[in-house]
Ligand binder design. Structure first.
Ligand code: HEC
Length: 163
């Protein structure tokens, strides 16, 4: 359990990096708990991906301002849920959907294509029952992301993608 003081510090730090839209919640965080998707991301994903979506290690993809591009294609949308670290996360479907929506729409920020739908518990529940297995994931990632970026008129060019 993170002490309230630390929670507020994290919330303020995140509000700082995520931009003006969250400034108001920096104030609210003193009295209200973090939204579930954000809290679960800190708990179950942030250790690898970094609290603000910028990982410390080269092998772990940066989520911040990039991950939204996967929603340019159905294939990409499915891929990021079917990753083993996501599908097997110790969360129920609704919590995982909230976590993915935090990841994609908050951390992903401007990289999300216009009109992208949030994940629902039902969709995540179906996808995570067919997780990716025994695959060379980095090669698959390159292909899936490449096709998604091409499919998305709004997306950033592939050269802007790290890893
Ligand atoms: C043990 C470290 C680790 C944990 C914990 C982890 N991930 Fe990952 N994540 C990775 C690695 C490594 C990859 C690259 C693909 C692979 O090898 O699985 C990745 C890929 C991703 C991607 C695709 C991003 C891209 O650009 O390719 C998303 C989205 C993602 N993770 C979300 C999550 C979420 C949400 C959680 C928590 C439920 C989580 N991850 C937990 C290490 C981790």
């Amino acid at each position: 359990m993170i002490a309230m003081r630390e929670t507020v510090m994290i919330a303020v730090a995140v509000a700082g990096v995520l931009g003006a839209g969250i400034c108001v919640s920096g104030v609210r965080a003193e009295t209200a708990p973090l939204p579930v998707g954000q809290a679960k991301y800190y708990e179950g994903c942030g250790g690898c991906h970094g609290l603000n979506g910028v990982s410390a290690r080269e092998q772990i993809p940066v989520l911040r301002s990039q991950v939204g591009q996967f929603l340019c294609s159905d294939e990409g949308r499915r891929y990021i849920v079917q990753l083993p670290n996501v599908s097997f996360a110790a969360m129920d479907d609704a919590t995982l959907a909230a976590t993915m929506n935090f990841v994609v729409f908050k951390l992903g920020d401007d990289s999300v294509p216009d009109g992208a739908r949030p994940y629902t518990a039902k969709e995540v529940g179906v996808l995570r029952r067919s997780p990716l297995k025994n695959q060379p994931l980095m090669k698959l990632r390159e292909q899936v992301l490449g096709r998604a970026v091409l499919a998305c008129a709004h997306g950033s060019p592939p050269t802007s993608v790290r890893n």
